[in-house]
Ligand binder design. Sequence first.
Ligand SMILES: [Zn+2]
Length: 301
Amino acid sequence: MWLSRLTFESVQRMYQVRYLSRSQLETQAALLLRGELSNNSTMQIDDAFRLKDELRQLTKLKEQVERLEFLECHMGDYYRQGKIPFKAYVDLKNGNRHQEHVVELCTAIRNKPSCLAEARLSRGDDLNRMMDKYLEKFEDKFFKPRFNIVAPLPGIRCEKSDDGFKLTMPVDGSAADINSAKIAAQWWSSKTNKFKFEVIASKQPNAIKIQHIQSGPSHVNMHERNQINLGPGLSSPLIIAHEMGHILGFPDCYFEAWDKASESFIYIELDPSGSNLMCNINGSAIVPDHYFEQLKASYCN
Ligand SMILES: [Zn+2]
Protein backbone atom coordinates (compact mmCIF):
# COMPACT_ATOMS: atom_id res chain seq x y z
CA MET A 1 0.00 0.00 0.00
CA TRP A 2 2.75 2.37 0.95
CA LEU A 3 5.24 1.41 -1.69
CA SER A 4 5.78 2.89 -5.08
CA ARG A 5 6.08 0.49 -7.93
CA LEU A 6 8.89 -0.56 -10.18
CA THR A 7 7.27 -3.32 -12.14
CA PHE A 8 7.84 -6.01 -14.68
CA GLU A 9 6.85 -5.03 -18.19
CA SER A 10 6.03 -8.59 -19.21
CA VAL A 11 2.52 -9.28 -20.61
CA GLN A 12 2.12 -12.50 -18.65
CA ARG A 13 2.85 -10.54 -15.47
CA MET A 14 1.68 -12.25 -12.33
CA TYR A 15 3.93 -11.04 -9.57
CA GLN A 16 5.48 -7.66 -8.96
CA VAL A 17 8.57 -6.82 -6.99
CA ARG A 18 8.45 -3.38 -5.44
CA TYR A 19 11.51 -1.60 -4.18
CA LEU A 20 11.94 0.85 -1.35
CA SER A 21 15.18 2.71 -0.92
CA ARG A 22 16.26 5.94 0.70
CA SER A 23 17.78 7.34 -2.50
CA GLN A 24 14.60 6.68 -4.45
CA LEU A 25 12.45 8.40 -1.80
CA GLU A 26 14.83 11.36 -1.61
CA THR A 27 14.72 11.81 -5.39
CA GLN A 28 10.92 11.76 -5.39
CA ALA A 29 10.72 14.21 -2.49
CA ALA A 30 13.24 16.56 -4.16
CA LEU A 31 11.17 16.55 -7.36
CA LEU A 32 7.98 17.35 -5.47
CA LEU A 33 9.60 20.12 -3.45
CA ARG A 34 11.21 21.80 -6.42
CA GLY A 35 7.93 23.45 -7.46
CA GLU A 36 5.55 25.69 -5.62
CA LEU A 37 5.63 23.59 -2.47
CA SER A 38 9.21 24.69 -1.80
CA ASN A 39 8.24 28.38 -1.40
CA ASN A 40 5.56 27.86 1.20
CA SER A 41 6.19 26.84 4.76
CA THR A 42 2.61 27.88 5.56
CA MET A 43 -0.14 27.79 3.00
CA GLN A 44 -3.50 29.45 2.34
CA ILE A 45 -6.42 27.07 2.01
CA ASP A 46 -6.88 27.98 -1.68
CA ASP A 47 -3.27 27.09 -2.44
CA ALA A 48 -3.54 23.90 -0.42
CA PHE A 49 -6.58 22.91 -2.48
CA ARG A 50 -4.82 23.70 -5.73
CA LEU A 51 -1.76 21.73 -4.67
CA LYS A 52 -3.70 18.89 -3.12
CA ASP A 53 -2.27 16.19 -5.40
CA GLU A 54 1.29 17.22 -4.56
CA LEU A 55 0.40 17.34 -0.87
CA ARG A 56 -1.13 13.89 -1.06
CA GLN A 57 2.00 12.53 -2.74
CA LEU A 58 4.12 14.18 -0.07
CA THR A 59 2.03 12.58 2.69
CA LYS A 60 2.49 9.22 0.99
CA LEU A 61 6.24 9.77 0.80
CA LYS A 62 6.29 10.59 4.50
CA GLU A 63 4.52 7.28 5.24
CA GLN A 64 7.10 5.50 3.12
CA VAL A 65 9.97 7.17 4.97
CA GLU A 66 8.43 6.09 8.29
CA ARG A 67 8.08 2.57 6.96
CA LEU A 68 11.71 2.64 5.79
CA GLU A 69 12.85 3.76 9.24
CA PHE A 70 10.94 0.87 10.80
CA LEU A 71 12.55 -1.57 8.35
CA GLU A 72 16.01 -0.18 9.04
CA CYS A 73 15.44 -0.57 12.80
CA HIS A 74 14.74 -4.26 12.21
CA MET A 75 17.47 -4.71 9.66
CA GLY A 76 18.64 -8.03 11.14
CA ASP A 77 15.26 -9.67 10.55
CA TYR A 78 14.93 -8.35 7.02
CA TYR A 79 18.49 -9.30 6.19
CA ARG A 80 17.78 -12.89 7.24
CA GLN A 81 14.53 -12.88 5.26
CA GLY A 82 16.57 -11.76 2.25
CA LYS A 83 18.25 -15.15 2.20
CA ILE A 84 14.98 -16.77 1.09
CA PRO A 85 15.06 -16.50 -2.72
CA PHE A 86 11.52 -15.26 -3.31
CA LYS A 87 12.76 -12.89 -5.98
CA ALA A 88 14.19 -15.79 -7.98
CA TYR A 89 10.94 -17.69 -7.36
CA VAL A 90 8.66 -14.97 -8.77
CA ASP A 91 11.04 -14.36 -11.65
CA LEU A 92 10.79 -18.04 -12.61
CA LYS A 93 7.01 -17.97 -12.16
CA ASN A 94 6.87 -14.93 -14.38
CA GLY A 95 8.54 -16.93 -17.13
CA ASN A 96 12.18 -15.86 -16.82
CA ARG A 97 13.76 -19.30 -16.74
CA HIS A 98 17.34 -18.51 -15.81
CA GLN A 99 19.60 -21.29 -14.70
CA GLU A 100 20.99 -19.24 -11.81
CA HIS A 101 17.45 -18.74 -10.46
CA VAL A 102 16.95 -22.51 -10.45
CA VAL A 103 20.22 -22.87 -8.53
CA GLU A 104 19.07 -20.20 -6.04
CA LEU A 105 15.82 -22.05 -5.40
CA CYS A 106 17.65 -25.33 -5.03
CA THR A 107 20.06 -23.72 -2.56
CA ALA A 108 17.12 -22.90 -0.27
CA ILE A 109 16.50 -26.67 -0.08
CA ARG A 110 19.94 -28.33 -0.47
CA ASN A 111 23.57 -27.28 -0.26
CA LYS A 112 24.96 -25.11 -3.03
CA PRO A 113 27.68 -27.41 -4.45
CA SER A 114 25.16 -30.19 -5.07
CA CYS A 115 22.74 -27.68 -6.66
CA LEU A 116 25.49 -26.40 -8.97
CA ALA A 117 26.42 -29.97 -9.89
CA GLU A 118 22.79 -30.85 -10.62
CA ALA A 119 22.38 -27.72 -12.77
CA ARG A 120 25.58 -28.50 -14.73
CA LEU A 121 24.20 -31.92 -15.60
CA SER A 122 20.79 -30.51 -16.55
CA ARG A 123 20.34 -29.08 -20.02
CA GLY A 124 17.18 -28.21 -21.96
CA ASP A 125 14.26 -30.33 -20.77
CA ASP A 126 16.32 -31.59 -17.86
CA LEU A 127 16.74 -28.05 -16.62
CA ASN A 128 12.97 -27.54 -16.90
CA ARG A 129 12.44 -30.69 -14.86
CA MET A 130 14.94 -29.48 -12.28
CA MET A 131 13.13 -26.14 -12.17
CA ASP A 132 9.72 -27.77 -11.67
CA LYS A 133 11.09 -29.99 -8.93
CA TYR A 134 12.54 -27.10 -6.91
CA LEU A 135 9.59 -24.80 -7.56
CA GLU A 136 7.42 -27.44 -5.94
CA LYS A 137 9.77 -27.99 -3.01
CA PHE A 138 10.15 -24.24 -2.52
CA GLU A 139 6.38 -23.74 -2.55
CA ASP A 140 5.84 -26.46 0.04
CA LYS A 141 8.48 -25.05 2.35
CA PHE A 142 8.20 -21.26 1.96
CA PHE A 143 5.12 -20.31 -0.03
CA LYS A 144 2.14 -22.40 1.09
CA PRO A 145 2.68 -21.79 4.83
CA ARG A 146 2.01 -18.09 4.17
CA PHE A 147 -1.56 -18.91 3.17
CA ASN A 148 -2.38 -21.44 5.89
CA ILE A 149 -3.78 -20.96 9.35
CA VAL A 150 -1.10 -21.75 11.95
CA ALA A 151 -3.40 -22.94 14.75
CA PRO A 152 -6.81 -22.06 16.19
CA LEU A 153 -6.81 -19.60 19.08
CA PRO A 154 -8.52 -20.74 22.28
CA GLY A 155 -11.08 -18.14 23.31
CA ILE A 156 -12.60 -17.85 19.84
CA ARG A 157 -15.77 -19.89 19.84
CA CYS A 158 -17.48 -21.62 16.96
CA GLU A 159 -21.19 -22.43 16.78
CA LYS A 160 -22.69 -24.56 14.06
CA SER A 161 -26.31 -24.21 13.04
CA ASP A 162 -28.55 -24.75 10.04
CA ASP A 163 -27.47 -21.31 8.81
CA GLY A 164 -23.83 -22.36 8.76
CA PHE A 165 -20.95 -21.43 11.03
CA LYS A 166 -20.45 -18.58 13.44
CA LEU A 167 -17.20 -17.54 15.14
CA THR A 168 -17.27 -15.17 18.09
CA MET A 169 -14.24 -13.18 19.17
CA PRO A 170 -14.22 -11.30 22.51
CA VAL A 171 -12.50 -7.91 22.21
CA ASP A 172 -11.34 -5.47 24.88
CA GLY A 173 -10.69 -1.86 23.89
CA SER A 174 -12.12 1.65 23.65
CA ALA A 175 -15.69 2.06 22.41
CA ALA A 176 -14.39 3.56 19.15
CA ASP A 177 -11.99 0.66 18.55
CA ILE A 178 -14.64 -1.94 19.32
CA ASN A 179 -16.90 -0.20 16.87
CA SER A 180 -14.18 -0.34 14.19
CA ALA A 181 -13.57 -4.00 15.06
CA LYS A 182 -17.27 -4.74 14.50
CA ILE A 183 -17.05 -3.15 11.06
CA ALA A 184 -13.81 -5.05 10.43
CA ALA A 185 -15.55 -8.33 11.29
CA GLN A 186 -17.62 -7.94 8.10
CA TRP A 187 -14.53 -8.83 6.02
CA TRP A 188 -14.48 -12.16 7.83
CA SER A 189 -18.15 -12.92 7.21
CA SER A 190 -19.31 -14.52 3.97
CA LYS A 191 -22.82 -15.41 2.90
CA THR A 192 -21.65 -17.66 0.08
CA ASN A 193 -19.45 -19.55 2.53
CA LYS A 194 -22.19 -19.63 5.20
CA PHE A 195 -19.80 -18.09 7.63
CA LYS A 196 -20.40 -15.34 10.15
CA PHE A 197 -17.80 -13.64 12.28
CA GLU A 198 -18.83 -11.59 15.26
CA VAL A 199 -16.97 -9.31 17.65
CA ILE A 200 -18.32 -8.87 21.19
CA ALA A 201 -17.04 -6.41 23.80
CA SER A 202 -15.51 -8.24 26.76
CA LYS A 203 -13.31 -7.63 29.79
CA GLN A 204 -12.50 -11.31 30.23
CA PRO A 205 -8.80 -12.28 30.39
CA ASN A 206 -9.05 -14.15 27.08
CA ALA A 207 -10.41 -11.08 25.24
CA ILE A 208 -8.26 -9.74 22.41
CA LYS A 209 -6.94 -6.31 23.43
CA ILE A 210 -6.84 -3.44 20.96
CA GLN A 211 -4.20 -0.91 21.87
CA HIS A 212 -2.52 2.06 20.23
CA ILE A 213 1.26 2.23 19.95
CA GLN A 214 3.39 5.39 19.69
CA SER A 215 5.29 4.46 16.54
CA GLY A 216 5.69 1.78 13.91
CA PRO A 217 3.15 -0.08 11.80
CA SER A 218 0.07 -1.88 13.11
CA HIS A 219 0.85 -5.47 13.96
CA VAL A 220 0.05 -8.61 15.93
CA ASN A 221 2.66 -10.71 17.69
CA MET A 222 2.09 -14.06 15.98
CA HIS A 223 3.46 -16.05 18.94
CA GLU A 224 0.96 -14.62 21.41
CA ARG A 225 -1.93 -13.49 19.18
CA ASN A 226 -3.66 -11.83 22.13
CA GLN A 227 -3.43 -8.18 21.14
CA ILE A 228 -3.90 -5.92 18.12
CA ASN A 229 -1.36 -3.09 18.14
CA LEU A 230 -2.39 -0.11 16.05
CA GLY A 231 0.24 2.31 14.77
CA PRO A 232 -0.38 6.06 14.61
CA GLY A 233 -2.91 6.83 11.86
CA LEU A 234 -3.26 3.11 11.12
CA SER A 235 -6.47 2.14 12.85
CA SER A 236 -9.08 2.00 10.09
CA PRO A 237 -11.51 -0.96 10.00
CA LEU A 238 -9.64 -2.28 6.94
CA ILE A 239 -6.36 -2.39 8.88
CA ILE A 240 -8.09 -3.93 11.90
CA ALA A 241 -9.60 -6.55 9.56
CA HIS A 242 -6.09 -7.46 8.38
CA GLU A 243 -4.80 -7.67 11.96
CA MET A 244 -7.85 -9.78 12.90
CA GLY A 245 -6.69 -12.22 10.27
CA HIS A 246 -3.45 -12.61 12.26
CA ILE A 247 -5.41 -13.14 15.48
CA LEU A 248 -7.38 -15.88 13.70
CA GLY A 249 -4.07 -17.47 12.71
CA PHE A 250 -3.31 -16.35 9.14
CA PRO A 251 0.21 -15.08 8.38
CA ASP A 252 1.05 -12.18 6.08
CA CYS A 253 1.14 -13.37 2.49
CA TYR A 254 3.61 -10.79 1.33
CA PHE A 255 7.36 -11.11 1.41
CA GLU A 256 9.45 -8.23 2.65
CA ALA A 257 13.23 -8.34 2.86
CA TRP A 258 16.53 -6.60 2.34
CA ASP A 259 17.74 -7.27 -1.17
CA LYS A 260 21.52 -7.19 -1.43
CA ALA A 261 21.54 -6.99 -5.22
CA SER A 262 19.48 -3.78 -5.43
CA GLU A 263 20.56 -2.42 -2.02
CA SER A 264 16.95 -1.74 -1.16
CA PHE A 265 14.04 -3.32 0.64
CA ILE A 266 11.86 -5.44 -1.60
CA TYR A 267 8.21 -6.22 -1.22
CA ILE A 268 6.47 -9.02 -3.10
CA GLU A 269 2.79 -9.73 -2.84
CA LEU A 270 2.46 -13.51 -2.99
CA ASP A 271 -1.16 -13.72 -4.17
CA PRO A 272 -1.26 -12.59 -7.80
CA SER A 273 -4.99 -11.76 -7.49
CA GLY A 274 -3.89 -8.52 -5.81
CA SER A 275 -6.93 -8.55 -3.54
CA ASN A 276 -6.11 -10.95 -0.69
CA LEU A 277 -6.67 -9.06 2.59
CA MET A 278 -3.68 -10.78 4.20
CA CYS A 279 -1.33 -9.78 1.32
CA ASN A 280 -2.47 -6.28 0.51
CA ILE A 281 -4.60 -3.68 2.24
CA ASN A 282 -6.26 -1.88 -0.62
CA GLY A 283 -9.82 -0.95 -1.43
CA SER A 284 -10.53 -4.28 -3.13
CA ALA A 285 -9.15 -6.45 -0.33
CA ILE A 286 -11.25 -9.53 0.43
CA VAL A 287 -10.85 -12.82 2.29
CA PRO A 288 -10.43 -15.70 -0.20
CA ASP A 289 -12.92 -18.58 0.00
CA HIS A 290 -10.34 -21.17 1.06
CA TYR A 291 -9.61 -19.10 4.18
CA PHE A 292 -13.21 -19.65 5.32
CA GLU A 293 -12.81 -23.38 4.69
CA GLN A 294 -9.69 -23.36 6.86
CA LEU A 295 -11.49 -21.44 9.62
CA LYS A 296 -14.30 -24.00 9.64
CA ALA A 297 -11.84 -26.89 9.70
CA SER A 298 -9.68 -25.54 12.52
CA TYR A 299 -12.25 -23.82 14.76
CA CYS A 300 -15.42 -25.84 14.23
CA ASN A 301 -14.30 -29.47 14.34
ZN1 LIG B 1 0.15 -8.26 8.67
